[in-house]
Design a protein around this ligand. Sequence first.
Ligand SMILES: Cc1ncc(COP(=O)(O)O)c(C=O)c1O
Length: 370
Amino acid sequence: MVARTVDLRSDTVTKPTETMRAAMATAEVDDDILGADPTAFRLESEVAKITGKEAGLFVSSGTMGNLISVLVHCDIRGSEVILGDNSHIHIYENGGISTIGGVHPRPVKNNEDGTMDIDSIEVAIRDPRGELVFPTTKLICLENSHANSGGRCLSAEYTDRVGELAKKHGLKLHIDGARIFNASVALGVPVQRLVQAADSVSVCLSKGLGAPVGSVIVGSKSFITKARRLRKTLGGGMRQVGFICAAAFVALKENVEKLDGDHKKAKELAEGLNQIKGLKVDIAAVETNIIYVDIVEGSKITAEKLYKNLEEQGVLVMPKGLSRMRIVLHHQISSSDVHYTLSCFQQAFSGMHQENGSYSISTSRDVSYS
Ligand SMILES: Cc1ncc(COP(=O)(O)O)c(C=O)c1O
């Protein structure tokens, strides 16, 4: 029997704290579709204030937040959105912007740090003189922190430059800020400043902040009016939604200050893993709470065996591709969990090096997400 579980698959795996449960139990609620739920309103107003935008809207998930935002900005048929080829919207959201919204994606290469070259973005903007054959560029999307790049942060200056480019061409800028608080804490820059250039932002409360459910999208009042209507269309109108907003409010108030600790633990774990012969971590890329770990070629270990061995010790990680795994820290991982995890990796490697004579890698496809 496993004595303990250290769940490092994602920061979405956290369980609601006692304070969150108490807040849910006592939340004042009303029918939010009638615009009457005070707890939902309080959360939406707070996130709008933190991000420096006029208004906010609670949505069920980051995916819904991004979908609604893209659809509000791309309100004419034949619209196109420029987005990173390694972005969450492009890869992990079921292509919803096309299948549901009829919006055409124009992927631009994501650099290793999660940025897209400004010149490449500009080249991807369609020339309106070619409208007979081209879709119409309406929107640019950024992601901060950038999950698939290992949680790396986009600076305010970079975001401003993309915002200026968007303005120059009459486009809108949306930020997938699923982990914008992680970026803010890591950079030491207020969230409001990081998203200053954006017309809309989707902020997840159920990732690093540890709420059980939900995201808030923010933007101008007119953006949120349109977003509210689309949310209803998508079946995302929830009646006494204040129950879950109450837990998310606690996450916002109590857990932002824990992110710095998560980042430090991520760095410590990354450095420890990088010391293990057979593993490789790009330490400099660990800017927030996400770590990518590679099993190096020539290592006498199979990814599958490693995951199985770790799982037997209660350590859960997310396989990403053939010989790569993702590890994500969150507020329910303690320093002792980090040390335990390191010892399990060390043990797994020493054990496997002895028992295993040849190198092989998992042939399973990457089906991980979140
Ligand atoms: C960067 C990013 N954006 C959006 C999402 C989607 O959030 P959700 O799982 O709440 O739909 C995720 C999920 O992990 C994410 O990492």
